[in-house]
Design a protein around this ligand. Structure first.
Ligand SMILES: [Zn+2]
Length: 317
């Protein structure tokens, strides 16, 4: 194998997971009855929240989101090598300003999910995001901690409380949206998110439409604004690790998702990161996508908060 192929192949194996690599894994589910298996599934999709129409008769709702992780996940893992740290730092130095310039150019709103530590390290970012009053700030952990790896209810609660308190102080109002770092829910996350009174979560994948999150058979009242790996820049454009370094192909997939959401009258949510999509070749792809969406009539560009409030109101809750 030529040496230059190694990172791509390694990324592919990471992406497709153990099924391809045939690593033996424990199979505890084989010993359980159907009822026992059912009881293990605690967080599920409740009522579908697709409104009969979008505001002003729009055919589709578009909610762009940026997870401002920067170097926070490296810090959480204790990965302090300057290359890893500066690669995240790019998000604050060049990535986010470039993203904001593009959104300004087309007057498109977006939601920014920010680990509190990202703000502590680069406090100018939130000021820049909020300057035009169009965007939303939402919670994305304290230091992009992996909640599954943490696996500690009290520690998770402490970090969530700290993150909410910090963003509330900086923004001047309590954030209404939550996205788990890496979308990784622990067994405690959904309960803590509901108890904190969040309007919406955006970490789960059960539908293309917004839906009510059910925990242990009961509706939590939290609106889910679902995400997907295929609607995320990270697995496909994050090098090393990404399997699709050509942004044009990624854009085709994003555009196709939008086109069918448009035909179906649905919701299009895209997850991006300033330290990934903020790079020059990647921002060009996002600009093409925005131009494509703007070329259609009846597209409602909104923050996650606006979408969540709208679908909740239309559902009569
Ligand atoms: Zn993140």
């Amino acid at each position: 194998m030529p040496k230059s192929c190694v990172p791509v192949v390694a990324g592919l194996l990471w992406f497709v997971g153990p099924a391809l690599t045939q690593q033996p894994q424990a199979q505890p589910g084989t010993k359980l009855s159907a009822d026992q298996l059912k009881a293990q599934i605690r967080v599920t999709a409740g009522r579908r929240l697709r409104p009969p129409s979008w505001p002003n008769g729009a055919r589709v709702a578009v909610a762009l989101s940026f997870d401002v992780d920067n170097m926070s996940s490296s810090l959480a893992r204790g990965e302090l090598a300057p290359v890893a740290i500066t690669r995240g730092e790019y998000g604050a130095v060049d990535g986010l300003p470039r993203v904001l310039r593009l959104l300004d150019k087309y007057q498109v709103p977006a939601s920014f999910f920010i680990p509190a530590v990202s703000d502590l390290l680069h406090p100018q970012m939130i000021r820049d995001i909020l300057v035009n009053g169009r965007h939303e700030i939402a919670v994305h952990g304290w230091v992009h901690e992996n909640l599954l790896a943490l696996n500690n209810e009290a520690e998770e609660q402490r970090l969530l409380d700290q993150a909410i308190a910090h963003l509330t102080k900086v923004v001047g109002k309590r954030p209404v949206g939550y996205r788990a770092p890496s979308w990784a829910f622990s067994p405690y996350t959904m309960g803590q998110v509901a108890k904190a009174g969040f309007l919406y979560d955006s970490s789960l994948m059960a539908s293309d439409d917004a839906y009510e999150v059910v925990l242990d058979g009961k509706s939590t009242g939290v609106v889910e604004l679902p995400i997907e790996w295929i609607l995320d820049d990270y697995p496909v454009l994050n090098v090393p690790g990404g399997v699709m370094p050509a942004p044009e192909l990624v854009n085709q997939a994003f555009q196709s998702e939008f086109d069918i959401a448009y035909d179906e009258g649905g919701l299009f949510i895209l997850t991006m990161h300033p330290h990934i999509t903020g790079h020059r070749s990647r921002i060009a792809g996002l600009e093409k996508l925005i131009l494509h969406m703007k070329s259609r009539s009846g597209v409602w560009f909104a923050t996650h908060e606006q979408v969540a409030r709208y679908v909740k109101e239309k559902s009569g809750r």
